[in-house]
Design a protein around this ligand. Structure first.
Ligand code: DOR
Ligand code: ZN
Length: 344
């Protein structure tokens, strides 16, 4: 097969950031996706309808005129979030709320420290049919970083799912066999996004032969049996698993540092990275479901009504990209070859 035409895809989890950075991140994503779920972990975080709508306008201002793209907005849950915040957000068009356990990742200091206290908020979300998007990692310092997703599922997520059976939950950027099994066994209200890095890499790609800061993200890459479980999940073609890049830009000097930031900037080659991986797995025919139908079906949104075409053509992801502020960023899979290219 030399050409593949699929319903236009969406990215169900990414970070655009703000300010000047939007001139880089928004066109890069709009290049291949029609919609994206935009994470709210700005500084300060996007915690209510008004902030979400203002952020949406800033993103819209960065969409190139020829591109058809809609940002789907989210708010960030904190210890102070109220039922009214949920009602107001839903009315304003916010699609989902993001749960970051405090300290879990980039800009999550303001996030939730006492999950039980959020029960009235989860109840309001279920009533309003607003989705809950979860960064599924515990943050207690005595829990090993490689176990944090599994422990979160056992200690926190199972309870939320049981207590709020009508709440739709997306376990974001899953990284373990445990997460795959949890999602597969749960009701049809529970789904998961999978990133390109967690499909393509395992922790050897982070640590063998030297530390590779551009492969550092959270949840951290796990051992190869977990990578295999994620690949097996997409091979099943189950509609519970869909595309969410977690594209998360950090300037080069912030990643190549004594205390490097977590996040892989994959927007530049997102759909191609997935196509490359699906072809290696022998399931290129399942790309459309994963990239273009499972997500909107789960979110209750229409599928896109146009298509995109990928061509079988090897190309090299650039080593570096210059940002609008003049600094540089190293894209995910920099210098590597991918076997498909989006036809523009
Ligand atoms: O690697 C990550 N980077 N994981 C996250 O959860 C957040 C993201 C970011 O915002 O940089
Ligand atoms: Zn993320």
């Amino acid at each position: 097969m030399n050409e593949l035409t699929i319903i236009a895809p969406d990215d169900w989890h990414l970070h655009f950031r703000d300010g000047d950075m939007l001139k880089e991140t928004v066109p890069a994503t709009a290049r291949c996706f029609r919609r994206a779920i935009v994470m709210p972990n700005l500084v300060p975080p996007v915690v209510n309808a008004q902030m979400a709508m203002e952020y949406k306008s800033r993103i819209e201002a960065a969409i190139p005129a020829e591109q058809n793209f809609t940002p789907l907005m989210t708010i960030y849950l904190t210890n102070e979030t109220t039922k009214q915040d949920i009602i107001d957000a839903k009315k304003a068009g916010v699609i989902a709320a993001k749960l970051y356990p405090a300290g879990a990742t980039t800009n999550s200091d303001a996030a939730v420290s006492q999950l039980d206290a959020l029960n009235p908020v989860f109840e309001a979300m279920a009533e309003q049919d607003m989705l809950l998007l979860v960064h599924g990692e515990v943050t207690e310092s005595h829990i090993d970083i490689f176990d944090r997703e599994k422990v979160f599922i056992e200690q926190k997520l199972q309870k939320i799912v049981q207590d709020f059976p009508s709440l739709r939950v997306v376990l974001e950027h899953i990284t373990t066999k445990d997460a795959v099994e949890f999602v597969a066994q749960s009701s049809d209200k529970i789904a998961a996004t999978i990133t390109p890095q967690h499909l393509l890499l395992n922790r050897n790609d982070l640590l063998v032969g030297g530390i590779r800061p551009h492969n550092f993200c959270l949840p951290v890459l796990k051992r190869n049996i977990h990578q295999q479980a994620l690949q097996d999940a997409v091979v099943t073609g189950s509609s519970k698993f869909f595309l969410g890049t977690d594209s998360a830009p950090h300037e080069k000097h912030r990643k190549e540092s004594a205390c490097g930031c977590a996040g892989c900037y994959s927007a530049w080659s997102a759909i191609e990275l997935y196509a490359h991986c699906f072809e290696e797995l022998g399931i290129i025919d399942k790309l459309e479901g994963f990239a273009s139908t499972h997500g909107p079906d789960f979110y209750g949104l229409p599928r896109n009504n146009d298509t995109v075409t990928l061509i079988k053509e090897a190309w090299k992801i650039p080593d570096e990209i210059t940002l609008p502020n003049g600094s540089s960023i190293v894209p995910f899979f920099a210098g590597e070859k991918v076997s498909w290219k989006l036809k523009i």
